[in-house]
Design a protein around this ligand. Structure first.
Ligand SMILES: Nc1ncnc2c1ncn2[C@@H]1O[C@H](COP(=O)(O)OP(=O)(O)O)[C@@H](O)[C@H]1O
Ligand SMILES: [Mg+2]
Length: 397
């Protein structure tokens, strides 16, 4: 089939040709955000799940939906090693500048920009990576205590007041939230809690790894009163079918049922894998309808492409000890696994492996679903580990 017309889109954050199986959750968040705009009680949402399940593209779609519904949105990604205030400051500035263009909100938005000036100049002492243009001088006493929790609360209240005056809501869409440090997370939750108490229309919709739920709960015990944690996982077989068939049909191509079934089996419905299999199957298929044999012929390439693009991304940054730990986990199967079992596999004590495990958690490779359990953050990672470190020799490394 013509590779130029290949509709599939494997890649982190690549918008899929068909966003399958997410209509209900999109509708759900729209209702919540529109309620918020009206000052009605509404919890926001945190999308949690493994890598490659489609959190980022869903977050982006929710943002487009919100914009289409007249809300004001900002998109932020929390990379490792950046402070939250440094990410929030320019994002909130944008929101405030936008609100200041509206007559009804202008004065409140300008006050918000003054609050931002106080916020940024005082907190820069602690969070040196804050870089933001200041449009107004600060107002003494407004968000300039130099204490993140209090100042962020004051700043968000100003943003919410301006948003309310403009009859909109300001929604911050934040991806990779698991990288935000606990004290900064606590400050953010506390600030949003203050806004909720004052019924002001400002909130965040976030996405992150599954540990986000526990991390937010530890940061502030009342996090669950502000957010519902929505698990994003693999697509159900009918949704996975849609994700594969629709894009082909839109290009005028058909696919045999058996071929679709095989793709669903091979990918277990994980969105990233569906896109990769769809892409390679399309490229090897001589013509429509795409057949079962075409999927068979494409599978080696799909796996190889996944190894390079998806599994390997962070693998190269690991130390030999960390790789060995993951390899021992893989030997035990998909998981989750007890820390004791992993240690036994390595012939080590659980406590001596503590630093290795902590390092892998910090790098986002594994997480702890329940105390003493360890699981991969990437689906089918055990099979990758066995491919990249084959045989028994890994045990002697
Ligand atoms: N609902 C979906 N239907 C079909 N493909 C999807 C869906 N969600 C995500 N994808 C695809 O899966 C891949 C990973 O999506 P991404 O949002 O980056 O995942 P995550 O942020 O959870 O790691 C992308 O190639 C994207 O096009
Ligand atoms: Mg993502």
């Amino acid at each position: 089939m013509d590779p130029i017309r290949n509709p599939y889109a494997p890649g982190a954050g690549s918008r899929p040709p068909e966003l399958a199986g997410r209509d209900d959750i999109r509708r759900d968040i729209e209702i919540r955000l529109q309620r918020l705009r009206l000052g009605r009680p509404a919890k926001s949402m945190m999308l949690v799940g493994l890598r490659g399940v489609g959190k980022t593209v869903l977050l982006d779609q929710m943002r487009r939906d919100a914009e289409a519904g007249g809300l004001q949105t900002v998109r932020i990604e929390a990379p490792e090693n950046r402070s939250l205030p440094a990410l929030l400051a320019p994002a909130l500035r944008l929101a405030l500048l936008h609100l200041s263009k509206q007559e009804a909100a202008k004065d409140y938005a300008i006050r918000g920009l003054k609050a931002l000036a106080g916020f940024a100049s005082k907190l820069k002492v602690t969070y040196r990576d804050i870089e933001v243009g200041l449009d107004y001088a600060s107002e003494p006493g407004l968000a300039d205590n130099g204490d993140l929790e209090g100042d962020l609360g004051t700043l968000l209240i100003q943003v919410g007041t301006a948003a309310k005056a403009a009859q909109t809501a300001v929604v911050l869409f934040i991806d990779e939230l698991q990288y935000v440090e606990e004290s900064q997370m606590a400050a953010l939750i506390s600030a949003l809690h203050r806004c909720a108490q004052e019924q002001l229309p400002v909130t965040i919709v976030g996405a992150g790894f599954p540990q986000l739920r526990a991390r937010m709960g530890e940061a502030k015990s009342y996090a669950e009163r502000l957010f519902d944690f929505q698990e994003i996982g693999p697509l159900s077989p009918p949704d996975a079918r849609e994700a594969i068939i629709r894009p082909a049909q839109n290009e005028g191509a058909e696919m045999q049922d058996q071929a679709v079934d095989l793709i669903i089996t091979k990918t277990e419905g994980y969105p990233y894998f569906l896109q990769e299999w769809g892409k390679h199957t399309w490229d090897v298929a001589p013509s429509s309808p795409i057949r079962y044999e075409d999927v068979i012929n494409a599978s080696d390439e799909a796996v190889a492409a996944l190894d390079e693009s998806f599994f390997r991304v962070r693998f190269d940054r690991l130390t030999p000890t960390e790789k060995k730990y993951l390899r021992a986990m893989a030997e035990l199967g998909p998981g989750p696994h007890r820390s004791g079992d992993i240690a036994e596999k390595l012939g080590r004590s659980v406590s001596s492996l503590g630093p290795t495990r902590a390092g892998l958690i910090a790098k986002g490779m594994i997480w702890s679903p329940t105390h003493g359990d360890t699981a991969f953050t990437v689906p089918l990672f055990d099979e990758f580990m066995k491919r990249i470190m084959p045989g028994e020799e890994w045990e002697d490394q």
